[in-house]
Design a protein around this ligand. Structure first.
Ligand code: DMJ
Length: 605
């Protein structure tokens, strides 16, 4: 039978309107599904509450023997093995292409409520809420990453827009900010300080932008009188950490160029460096306000980590010799009551005023003794012993319990204990916890407990304010406990020390209260310090209507946001057996040197 075309039902050339509509519906449903799957499907491995175990681990490539211990882990970064494509977060800037600021704020709000709920009910496990999924979609996997990454993005983008190349940002005036610690230079302190935080958070576009600026513009042949300490911890520390994380040579080259410019500061009769040096002329001098023309303990005592790494990386013994010379000189000096005064005259080699502090002027000297030992793979026992002796004297003379039961660290002034503690001093909680393992006479439990008590006191200093942000200094006197008295001690300038201690305490105890406290602080910072042009310090944490200081400090990006991020990350991210953080939160790898001696060390021993 011949079937003619005409025997088939009539073939329409076009579809009916209703059919078109259905097709369109199916098509759009399909697109929505694909789009939704990309953005909204949570990663199965991320469902565990608070166990945000990244499979990727940041492990430095230093020593192949020790490294073999970690061969089961997935190494994603480190010198010579830079592979950012394996980073697990989608590029956040992609999301920002789709979202307006208002949308981002709404997402943050939803995330914050969900997280608050989850932190308060830690037994709810395996929970994936709708809002959690939205937050996950924003930043890749993990709702808790959202807030700090959004904060980092806002701080960085604002600086990028209004302060690029300047050292810091004025977020209200929306222009660059400069302080005397960097002279009159425009050395992009915020870029250098923020680099490793960007890298760790996976903000690679921003990292590359910073790297490009450094390559093209960072120049140290400027007629600027800078603080040797600040330049060392922020610039050299920041550049070295960026180098170790990314493997990009430019960072190492710039770190070494800068270090060369600092060396003339050590040309003093004693070898104790000046506080400031002119990068062009090499002329050094001390701060006018320092007692008897002295150099400051926390400044000349906070060079060791970076300088040892410089010798390790360059083979130039000069750096190592300079810091070991300081150590030897200090070891020979008498110490009143076993305490180190904050002032030392670099001409005479004599102590200035007998003022001892674990806060400003003294703090990171003690921190670097401990970290010198940790960084040497615990072989620098001289540093450990010096640390232990110093802490023993501090405990005896400076650490007390208030009537209300709060442990605090006071300041020793000419034989008298001032019952006042600074925000800066709060880092010591983390230091005690970090130093617990390896402490003499099996006192690890004691030091961990001391760390917990300091963390508690510092949390109280936040909790007893209106803004839930800590004041610069607080008293334990005349019935006052953990509150600021003087108007000029009531400010909060985005400092990291309290969150830093929460992070160390979390790593060593896994007590969820540290995450709760970190969460409270993050919320308060975002609520009271965030302005349209970035983040600003506030002048009075006891006022519900505070005024701003209009400075976005570079350490906010280097430290505060990094410690927050780490507090809610897996312990596997930058494990403490492999990395030691400098005092500006820049991670430097432990040097597993084995039998290798650093150039210059032969002559020291
Ligand atoms: C940082 O620059 C460093 O942590 C330094 O050791 C002292 N404190 C500031 C931030 O508060």
């Amino acid at each position: 039978m011949i079937v003619s075309a005409s025997s088939f039902p009539h073939h329409r050339a076009t579809l009916r309107l209703s059919e078109k509509f259905i097709l369109l519906l199916i098509l759009s449903a399909f697109i929505t599904l694909c789009f939704g799957a990309f953005f909204f499907l949570p990663d199965n491995s991320k469902h565990k509450r608070f166990d945000f175990g990244l499979e990727d681990v940041l492990i430095p490539h230093i020593d192949s023997e020790k490294e073999a211990r970690h061969s089961s882990r997935q190494v994603i970064h480190g010198v010579g093995d830079h592979d950012e494509h394996r980073h697990r977060y989608p590029p956040p800037s992609l999301f920002f292409l789709f979202l307006s600021n208002t949308h981002i704020d709404i997402h943050i709000e939803i995330c914050m409520n969900t997280l608050q709920d989850e932190i308060q009910h830690p037994n709810i496990s395996q929970r994936t809420t709708r809002s959690g999924a939205i937050c996950c979609s924003l930043w890749g996997h993990n709702p808790l990453f959202t807030l700090w990454m959004c904060m980092m993005k806002h701080a960085w983008d604002s600086y990028r827009q209004y302060g690029w190349g300047h050292n810091e940002l004025k977020p209200i005036a929306k222009k660059g900010h400069s302080t005397n610690i960097f002279g009159n230079s425009q050395m992009g302190a915020t870029i250098v300080d923020a680099l490793d935080t960007l890298y760790i958070m996976g903000l690679h576009d921003e990292f590359k932008d910073g790297q490009e600026w450094i390559k093209q513009n960072l120049d140290f042949s400027v007629n600027a009188e800078v603080s040797v300490f600040e330049v060392n911890i922020r610039f050299i520390g920041g550049l070295l950490a960026a180098y170790y994380l990314s493997g990009q040579e430019v960072f190492k080259v710039k770190a070494v160029q800068l270090a060369e410019k600092l060396l003339p500061a050590f040309n003093t009769p004693t070898g104790i460096p000046w506080a400031m040096v002119n990068l062009k002329s090499g002329v050094g001098r001390n701060w006018g306000w320092a007692s008897a023309g002295s150099s400051i303990l926390a400044e000349f005592g906070t060079l060791h980590m970076e300088f040892v790494h410089l010798t390790y990386l360059t083979g130039n013994p000069a750096y190592y010799q300079k810091v070991m010379h300081i150590r030897k000189l200090l070891a020979k000096m008498d110490r009143p009551n076993g305490l180190y005064p904050n002032y030392l005259n670099p001409r005479t080699g004599r102590w200035g005023q007998h003022h001892t502090s674990v806060g400003g002027l003294g703090d990171s000297f003690y921190e670097y003794l401990l970290k010198a030992w940790l960084m040497s793979d615990k072989t620098d026992t001289e540093a450990r012993k010096t640390y232990d002796d110093a802490i023993e004297a501090i405990e005896r003379h400076l650490i007390r319990k208030s009537n209300g039961g709060l442990t605090f660290i006071g300041e020793w002034k000419n034989g008298h204990l001032e019952r006042k503690m600074g925000h800066l001093t709060c880092f010591a909680g983390g230091m005690f916890a970090l130093g617990a393992d390896g402490s003499p006479d099996d006192k690890a439990g004691h030091y961990l407990q001391l760390g917990a008590e300091i963390a508690h006191t510092c949390h109280e200093s936040y909790d007893r304010t209106v803004l839930k942000l800590g004041p610069e200094a607080f008293k334990f006197d005349s019935g006052l406990e953990a509150v600021a008295v003087r108007q000029n001690e009531k400010y909060y300038i985005l400092r990291p020390e309290v969150i830093e201690t929460y992070w160390y305490m979390w790593r060593f105890t896994h007590d969820p209260k540290y995450r709760q406290w970190g969460w409270e602080a993050a919320q308060a910072i975002d609520k009271y310090c965030r302005v349209s042009g970035g983040f600003s310090g506030v002048k009075d944490v006891y006022s519900s209507n505070p005024t701003y200081d209009d400075v976005q400090q570079s350490f906010f990006l280097a430290e505060t946001l990094k410690y927050l991020y780490l507090l809610f990350s897996s312990d596997e991210l930058l494990p403490l057996e492999n990395w030691v953080f400098n005092t500006e939160a820049h991670p430097l790898p432990v040097l597993h040197l084995g039998n290798i001696t650093l150039p210059g060390s032969e002559t020291q021993r």
